[in-house]
Design a protein around this ligand. Structure first.
Ligand code: SF4
Length: 689
């Protein structure tokens, strides 16, 4: 006998509603209901076939404790822990397998010892974007209250923290303004720095459908041709690190040609006159600048054309990490918001600003306070903690002694991995909660295997602020993330008295006003549709209808000048030293560090290795296998595929497989406000293999 159970996809921030067919406590099929509000009846390959990981033999079924950790700490253990250590079972040369009871007691003992000896701020934590809001909320509470440390972060640090910063500064709320279906109410769509068909495919479906129906015109702005380019009326292939430059140029054209919405600006915005004055006098804001950028001269005409259509029509902008992962990522997001304010392309259906958030619950992790500068509901932190890159520096200096990681492979997805390895090796305790033994789990002292999203109840917030209540598709005897935190806390303080995720959620709702009206009963009633925050009696599909969420309710223009650098400067200066510019991205079958997709053969078999895409014009100077090098490190040898979609002198690769060591070549260059790494532009040397 089979049962159909509805829930939400575990992979990307699109957050598709799913229905799973269950037989004998196994998922046999996943499909989307035709009336699914997010899926619209379709799932991408990950949602449809990426569930085998649940039954993978590689799941961590019992806690693991490193033998070296026991050896080092044995003389100091309590008499009871010493005696109970006899129950540890040898797993291999490195690990013991432990009872859950012993592992939680051991971690509680060590954390308490670290807090007593060095103070709470010797502890830091990161994670929460792949698990439920309930677990994320308890994670930051564990960090802030149990451990008395302000150092809590999540993987938004390597993706959309600049979107939060840029939107909060200008319009007061760091989230997508409209539902995805507003694509069908829009007339003009700009996709910038997002390979949407690969990273957010079910949103891309809507874009392609709307173009085919001739209801919208699409513009793609990227450093290379992407699949969406062939549907675009303007396909602007731009130089590396040119986002802010181009967005400022669009604003310049709109101002110079009086295409702005004076009424909207007068009623809803502040700072316009200063903004106008400075931009019209900025030599970098005039599109004629591209007359001197060899290979990109066509942008002199194309940028004004895009700007005119954007200003005159009901328009939306979608962006991804191609905007945020730069040294001026937050500034580029402010420039996007400036454009929307300038033209009134916000606060209504079919017009808005749409950051395409990455992980399934990265929006939720930020909403519940897994950030060093915001507590739950974006309240300013009582004490500002360290961002993840700063945590690494503190570990190297020796001021941080313990780290707790919940579902974020910082030993894979973060930049400067040689530095991270040194930092982590300085810790006295590294604890990880994971599904599989990945890079960070292998470096940990204690690892807890936990339930996957398909085995538990919890709330996830997708990239358009939509809350979905997940329910278990199959039963599992593993603990949920929050249960491990509760059980450790209970051995330190004893204040976490939760016996169900619903109890926990009710406390989350009392602290996070945007979730206030979203009790489990209401969310389960709307399980496949979801509800967009803020949720009171009903939900809120469109933000900022009457006012912005800034202190004065107005949209704030925020101009930031572009700084000449990188590839554009080299073209202007005539530099040609034979090196390449690299950008990174994702492929459809994997997500991020391929945590779950790698363990789903139907996905992994399609893309078992990261490869490099290079221009066919560079075929003569590159072999079929190369190593990329920077002063920070080098990659493993990587296969090269020559394609037409890449410009000469540039390279593209994915970073899904840890064995490729892609993130070893990135350094600490990052967004100046949020320290989000500059993953989208890196000058590399190439060694032929
Ligand atoms: S688009 Fe994202 S949420 Fe939807 S099925 Fe694919 S991976 Fe899952």
């Amino acid at each position: 006998m089979t049962t159909d159970i509805s829930s939400v996809c575990t992979y990307c921030g699109v957050g598709c509603d799913i229905t799973a067919v269950i037989q004998d406590n196994k998922i046999t099929k996943i499909y989307a209901q035709n009336d699914g509000v997010v899926s619209r009846g379709k799932l991408c390959i990950k949602g449809k076939y990426g569930y085998d990981f649940v039954d993978s033999p590689n799941r961590i079924r019992s806690p693991r404790i490193k033998k070296s950790f026991i050896e080092k700490n044995f003389p100091y253990l309590t008499t009871e822990l010493k005696a109970r250590s006899k129950t540890l079972k040898e797993l291999d040369d490195i690990w013991y397998e432990s009872s859950y009871e012993y592992a939680t007691s051991l971690v509680a003992w060590k954390l308490d010892q670290i807090k007593t000896t060095y103070g709470g701020e010797a502890f830091c934590a990161t994670g929460g974007a792949r698990t439920s809001c309930e677990s994320g909320w308890l994670f930051q509470r564990f960090t802030r209250l149990t451990m008395s440390s302000p150092h809590i972060d999540n993987c938004a640090r390597v993706c959309h923290s600049p979107s939060l910063k840029g939107l909060k500064t200008t319009i007061g709320e760091g989230a997508a303004t409209n539902p995805y279906d507003d694509i069908f109410k829009s007339e003009f769509l700009i996709v910038i720095g997002s390979n949407t068909t690969e990273a957010h495919p079910i949103v891309a479906n809507r874009m392609i459908e709307a173009v085919r129906d001739k209801s919208i015109d699409l513009v793609v702005i990227d450093v290379r041709d992407i699949h969406l380019s062939k549907y675009a009326i303007y396909n602007a292939v731009i130089p590396y690190e040119a986002n802010l430059l181009i967005l400022n140029m669009m604003a310049y054209v709109i101002l110079n040609e009086n295409l702005y919405d004076s009424r909207f600006i007068l009623n809803r915005c502040s700072g316009f006159e200063e903004y106008k004055e400075v931009i019209l006098n900025d030599p970098f804001a005039n599109p004629n600048f591209f007359e001197n950028i060899s290979g990109y001269e066509y942008l002199v005409e194309m940028i004004p054309s895009i700007a005119r259509e954007y200003a005159k029509r009901k328009s939306m902008i979608f962006w991804g990490l191609g905007i945020t992962e730069h040294i001026d990522g937050s500034k580029a997001v402010m420039a996007l918001a400036n454009l929307a304010l300038l033209t009134g392309n916000i606060s209504k259906a079919g017009a808005g600003l749409m950051p395409l958030r990455g992980q399934n619950n990265v929006q939720g992790a930020c909403d519940v306070g897994c950030l060093p500068y915001y507590e739950p509901d974006y309240k300013d932190a009582t004490k500002v903690g360290l961002m993840t890159p700063d945590m690494m520096d503190a570990m190297l200096k020796g001021s941080i002694k313990a780290m707790y990681v919940m579902g974020e492979d910082i030993a894979h997805i973060h930049p400067n991995q040689n530095k991270i390895n040194s930092a982590l090796s300085n810790l006295e305790l590294l604890v990880t909660q994971e599904l599989f033994m990945n890079e960070i789990a292998n470096k940990s002292d204690v690892v807890f295997g936990v339930k996957s999203a398909y085995e538990k109840t919890g709330v996830y917030v997708n990239a358009m602020r939509r809350l979905h209540l997940s329910q278990p598709l199959v039963l599992s005897d593993l603990p949920d993330d929050w249960e491990v935190l509760r059980d450790i806390e209970n051995k330190i303080c004893g204040e976490f008295n939760y016996s169900s995720s619903e109890e926990l959620w009710d406390d989350v709702r009392s602290e996070v006003s945007r979730f206030a009206g979203a009790n489990y009963m209401k969310l389960s009633k709307h399980r496949s549709k979801g509800m967009q925050w803020p949720i009171d009696k009903s939900d809120t599909p469109i933000l900022h209808l009457d006012s912005f969420k800034t202190d004065d309710g107005l949209g704030h223009f925020q101009y930031n000048r572009y700084t000449l650098r990188g590839q554009i400067k080299e073209i202007l200066d005539g530099v040609d030293d034979g090196s390449f510019y690299l950008t990174t991205g994702r492929t459809l079958v994997h997500y991020n560090n391929s945590a779950q997709s790698k363990e789903s053969p139907r996905l992994n078999d399609k893309y078992p290795d990261d490869i490099i895409l290079a221009s066919i014009e560079d075929e003569q100077r590159l072999s079929n296998k190369i190593v990329l090098k920077t002063p920070y490190g080098q990659t493993s040898p990587l296969e090269v595929k020559f394609v037409k979609s890449i410009k000469k002198g540039t390279l593209y690769t994915t970073f899904h497989h840890a064995k490729s060591k892609i993130n070893y070549i990135f350094g600490d260059e990052s967004d100046e406000f949020t320290k989000t790494s500059k993953f989208k532009s890196l000058k590399v040397e190439v060694e032929q293999v």
